[in-house]
Design a protein around this ligand. Structure first.
Ligand code: GLP
Length: 260
């Protein structure tokens, strides 16, 4: 595992954007898994800048969002679909027919999840997964105790996640949907390359457990220790509890890299 620790959130976001852009330049028809939440906003903003100022071309890229709430009305401002168009898709040239987000209003969420998993396979699998992380180590909406063999399916949100995500629902936990459709752990682990972004002290415990702890379904993100090509992009606060790497630091400008 490679860990890049940036001095601050902006540098972290820019470093992550460089890797995403490099992937698109190398393979213009790359298939991405994309996250929501507060953390990737800087990454999306930087990718938009690269599109506008440097001509970064998304026209052949396919995207699959990691997850979506079940039951929010169409166009609800807290839905992940609204978030993705508002914060990213409306500002770059991703082809609309290459955007995939689980339909949280599907009549049969089980069937929707199976169709989604199949669509990922049909697209050739995920080349590059971008992840955030929950305070309890969830990735996508794969909460603690999720089986590592899980595929895309409907899930129930953990109480802690409902509380953390209430900030996107006017601070009201009762407005947060109880269920979502999420890619599974195996869906994510099948991606050829994975990066995970984390910022802020409230993520430092989960990050330490992810990188140094045992690989356990109690900390879903710990499974990434088993991924052959996974890089963590952290700001200093998120890296606050990490032990120094036995392999030392690789200095960079505003960042340092560690290999575990
Ligand atoms: C949600 C999403 C996750 C995301 C996590 C962290 O629960 N389902 O994909 O990684 O929140 O969000 P934030 O970046 O806002 O802390």
């Amino acid at each position: 595992m490679k860990v890049i620790v940036a001095d601050d959130y902006e540098i972290m976001s820019r470093e992550a954007a460089k890797i995403v852009a490099a992937e698109i330049r190398k393979k213009p028809d790359s298939v991405f898994a994309l996250p929501t939440g507060g953390t990737p906003l800087g990454l999306y903003a930087e990718l938009i800048r690269m599109h506008k100022e440097e001509g970064l071309d998304f026209s052949r890229v396919s995207t699959f969002n990691l997850d979506e709430y079940i039951g929010l009305p169409d166009g609800h401002e807290s839905s992940y679909s609204f978030y993705m168009y508002d914060r990213f898709f409306n500002h770059v040239n991703v082809s609309r027919d290459k955007i995939h987000i689980p339909r949280g209003l599907a009549k049969d969420p089980e069937e929707e999840a199976a169709t989604y998993e199949w669509a990922i396979k049909r697209a050739g699998g995920i080349d590059f997964a971008v992840l955030g992380i929950g305070r309890n180590g969830h990735i996508g909406f794969n909460e603690p105790k999720t089986e590592f063999g899980s595929l895309t399916r409907p899930i129930y949100l953990a109480k802690r996640t409902i509380e953390a995500n209430a900030r996107f629902f006017d601070g009201d936990p009762d407005s947060v949907p109880r269920q979502a459709i999420s890619m599974g752990i195996r869906t994510i682990m099948n991606a050829r390359k994975v990066i995970l972004l984390a910022s802020g002290p409230e993520k430092s415990r989960a990050i330490n457990q992810t990188i140094h702890g045992p690989v356990t379904e109690m900390v879903p993100s710990s499974v990434l220790q088993l991924h052959p090509d996974c890089t963590f992009f952290l700001d200093r606060d998120a890296a606050g509890e990490l032990k120094p790497s036995p392999n030392g630091f690789i200095p960079g400008s505003g960042t340092r890299s560690m290999v575990y």
